[in-house]
Write a protein that binds this ligand. Structure first.
Ligand code: SF4
Length: 140
């Protein structure tokens, strides 16, 4: 395990800190937990990191509960690209690259979480679904 061989396998050693995760664990849930850490630790100076880390955490948190659609996962991928290369320090990449790795290496597990209809059809009260109130009869 070294920098070059991991690059060949579309991965990376990063800071060389390693977390070993049992195969029986829900990898999407583990990634949601990591994304929550990055959201919490972002200093907030750069918009892509400040906002993007929150978006990644919220989407992954919903994925953990089986409340995402495939288009949510496309959005998640897009958010990582909006962060990558657009921040002052490497914390942005530090938060985006693990999510990109999840989508690259565990796509089957991620897709399994996306069997639901879009939330908008279910009329679920999700705080950042800003037009949700328009679906409620009393607001029509
Ligand atoms: S990329 Fe670095 S400087 Fe920018 S908000 Fe994130 S932690 Fe702060």
């Amino acid at each position: 395990m070294d920098f070059d061989s991991l690059i060949e396998n579309k991965s990376g050693l990063g800071t060389a800190g390693i977390v070993v995760i049992n195969k029986n664990q829900d990898i999407v849930s583990c990634m949601a937990r990591i994304a929550r850490f990055y959201k919490h630790e972002s200093c907030g100076q750069c918009t892509p990191c400040r906002e993007g880390s929150g978006w990644m955490w919220r989407i992954l948190d919903r994925a953990t509960k089986g409340e995402t659609t495939l288009s949510d996962i496309d959005l998640l991928d897009d958010v990582t690209k909006q962060i990558e290369g657009h921040t002052i320090c490497a914390f942005g990449e530090g938060s985006a690259w693990p999510v990109q790795g999840l989508l690259r290496h565990f796509r089957k597990e991620v897709d399994k979480k996306c069997s639901n209809d879009p939330l908008i059809k279910k009329k679920k009260d999700v705080p950042y679904l800003v037009d949700q109130h328009l679906l409620e009869k009393k607001n029509a």
